[in-house]
Design a protein around this ligand. Structure first.
Ligand code: SF4
Length: 680
């Protein structure tokens, strides 16, 4: 008997920011297979997560009903009971002012969910204390590129990789974290594109590189400065572009004149000739793009690192043109969209500032409500505020800060003290251990709406299956709480309606509608009108801020330095098979099997010095915590370094991380952690 699917639904992969289009084969309300399609970005490619990791949708662990904690135990409750309790507690907290209420929105939820969430926090919660996990990954991109260019997003498009003469990949293990982009970079290299890779670990792309620079962790800024010094020494700067399109060059040049390539190379721990080779290769090609991710952003100098990428692009005139650009690779499926939608403390949708009275007036009119004037707190400040018992009501939608935030012991201690915590999610997580109320939400395959991928492309989700139990769409749940609080403006009945409201208040989304996407329109913001497809690349005629701004970024050493007690430097990151805190990927047995248990990557020579064999358990200690995981040998990691993936809650690398935040973006440093080890 032939196998007949009852449905075949085209939607968007729920994992990384590449935003591949997938085809879900559905049988009896269950996803049985996933196929690739040409899509807007993936050309029929999918990675192992997108292709296989969908069992979580029908997992028996799914939350199916609201839960309320009674006598320390989460018990099933009705929606009415849960919503009434939340409204009562929110009213109590609001009496203490805007700093007593906070919310964490989600880079895994749709644009529509994020828009409604931040509107709820501002209009119903009366606070600007709303943020999401972009704070932990690309806040420095948003802050840095906004200063340099006026817009904090990937400037060019994924399809332009095919025409890049040179690709400079740094601070990203692209084949693991953005596999389809990694595959395209490899393809381009095989077809004649030059490749420069700068990474402390010898990643897969290093094998294909014309120049590979194994820099010490935390030395991005001197690497960029060294390359720019080499370009200036060779007279290869693009004088016409600098004169016509930029400002601040004289002061920048004066600063650069204080540096030498050799001095920068020494800080980075690489040969100065290799820096020169990379610089000249980048500068002499007609087109070229810079790709980076959290190896650049997750430092106390993350914003400086990002502005340095912008300096390099402007110095060589490789910005505002096809096949060029500064291309931050956003991690989660909708982290770009969550930022665009204003799930940020200082930004309303479309990066319109809460500090701008004209913006506030516009939104007050549109929403018929007062916009709060408190200085909103960021993710880590919100967790601190809960621990200090200043924040009395915390609403977390689709985030798991116990695993994803730095310094897990600190996060756990803070949440232990929480006065009232609501968690809206699809599974019980490490964070729901602390929740007073848990609300069951839909997953991507159960809803319509949009995600915005790393290249600013707004893409359509289509509902494929019915959700389990009495769970609800995220924005619908938020609307119920607003209604209980007696606040109007949240009675949306469809994602179309929400996107129409987004378009009416957000200039960069003004031309977006779900109807256009259903009709097959391809849209990348800024999309200013209904007859526009938006922009394939940004800053063509002029930068968003007018002139591009050169910014001086000098080397500031990381806070953590190896010393006698902690002689090694640990880096944290991601692996191909797992996504974020694994709530979804660990529920696909095949994926879990390939990925294996948590591990500590160590150079075999270092392991030998400690008497450690492959597979032995290693105890890793930093000033903030202790974890234990299996040794995995890697000759491509420096003898002074270790690497751990952050996904694993029980042996989480984030027990070890923490430290000084970037002063501008307030991003924590996840990439340079001093540590000591011993065999268990
Ligand atoms: Fe999904 Fe990213 Fe893999 Fe594409 S590359 S299938 S979007 S996880």
């Amino acid at each position: 008997k032939p196998f007949v699917y009852t449905k075949n639904v085209e939607t968007i992969c729920p994992y990384c920011g590449v935003g591949c289009t997938i085809n879900l084969k559905v049988m009896d309300n269950k996803i049985t297979d996933v196929y690739s399609t040409e899509g807007n970005v993936n050309d029929n490619l999918l990675c192992v997560k997108g292709r296989f990791a969908h069992d979580f949708v029908s997992s028996e662990d799914r939350l199916t009903t609201p839960l309320i904690r009674k006598n320390g135990i989460l018990e099933e409750a009705s929606w009415d009971e849960a919503i009434s309790l939340i409204a009562e507690k929110l009213k109590e907290a609001k009496a203490d002012g805007p700093q007593a209420v906070a919310g964490l929105s989600s880079a895994r939820c749709t644009n529509e969910d994020n828009y409604v969430f931040q509107k709820f926090m501002r209009v119903v919660g009366g606070t600007n204390n709303v943020d999401h996990c972009a704070r932990l990954c690309h806040a420095s991109t948003v802050a840095g590129l906004a200063q340099s260019f006026g817009s904090g997003a990937m400037t060019n498009s994924i399809e332009e990789i095919d025409i890049m003469d040179v690709m400079f990949v740094t601070g990203t293990n692209t084949t693991e974290t953005h596999p389809v982009i990694g595959a395209k970079i490899k393809q381009r290299q095989q077809n004649g594109g030059a490749l420069i890779v700068a990474e402390p670990r010898r990643i897969e792309l290093a094998k294909y590189a014309d120049v590979y620079l194994q820099i010490k962790p935390g030395t991005n800024v001197p690497l960029f400065n060294g390359m720019m010094r080499a370009i200036l020494d060779a007279g290869l700067e693009d004088k016409a572009f600098i004169d016509k399109r930029t400002e601040g060059y004289e002061a920048f040049k004066e600063f650069m004149d204080t540096l030498t390539v050799e001095g920068c190379a020494e800080i980075c721990g690489v040969d100065s000739e290799d820096i020169r080779k990379a610089a000249i290769l980048f500068a002499t090609k007609e087109t070229g793009g810079i790709f980076y991710s959290m190896g650049v952003t997750q430092h106390k100098t993350g914003t400086d690192g990002v502005m340095s990428t912008a300096n390099l692009a402007m110095l060589t005139g490789k910005i505002g043109r096809e096949g060029c650009g500064v291309n931050p690779l956003r991690g989660q499926n909708n982290v770009q969209g969550a930022c665009d939608m204003g799930a940020l403390p200082g930004d309303l949708p479309g990066y319109q500032k809460t500090a701008n009275p004209e913006v506030v007036e516009k939104f007050e009119k549109a929403w018929n409500a007062k916009i709060p004037d408190n200085l909103g707190k960021t993710v880590t400040e919100i967790i601190d505020g809960v621990g200090e018992e200043i924040i009395k009501f915390l609403y977390i939608m689709g985030e798991n800060p116990v695993v994803s935030d730095p310094n897990t012991n600190h996060v756990r201690a803070a949440l232990e003290k929480s006065n009232f915590l609501v968690v809206q999610d699809i599974f019980l997580t490490e964070t729901t251990e602390f929740a007073d109320v848990v609300l069951p939400a839909f997953v991507y395959a159960e809803k319509d709406g949009t995600f915005t991928n790393t290249e600013r492309r707004i893409q359509l989700l289509r509902k494929a299956v019915e959700a389990p139990g009495i769970s609800k769409n995220d924005w619908e749940i938020i609307g119920l709480i607003a209604k209980k609080m007696g606040v109007e403006g949240f009675d949306f009945t469809s994602d179309d309606e929400i996107m129409d409201e987004i378009a009416s208040v957000t200039p960069s989304y003004a031309g977006v509608s779900l109807e256009r996407l259903r009709n097959g329109d391809r849209i990348q913001w800024p999309c200013l009108s209904k007859d526009s497809e938006g922009a394939r690349f940004l800053h063509a005629e002029k930068f968003t801020r007018g002139l591009g701004a050169f910014k001086i970024a000098d080397y500031i050493p990381p806070e953590d330095q190896a010393d006698e007690e902690y002689p090694l430097i640990l880096m944290t990151g991601r692996i191909l098979q797992h996504y974020h805190s694994r709530t979804m990927t660990m529920r696909t047995p095949g994926i879990q099997e390939i990925a294996g248990d948590a591990f500590v990557e160590i150079n075999p020579m270092t392991a030998k010095a400690y008497g450690i064999e492959q597979g032995d358990f290693i105890k890793v200690t930093s000033p903030r915590g202790v974890v234990s995981a299996k040794a995995r040998f890697n000759e491509g990691i420096m003898e002074t370094n270790l690497f751990m993936p952050f996904h694993y809650g029980e042996t989480g690398a984030n027990y070890l991380t923490g430290g000084q935040l970037d002063p501008v973006a307030k991003i924590p440093p996840f990439k340079v952690v001093k540590a000591k080890i011993c065999k268990e």
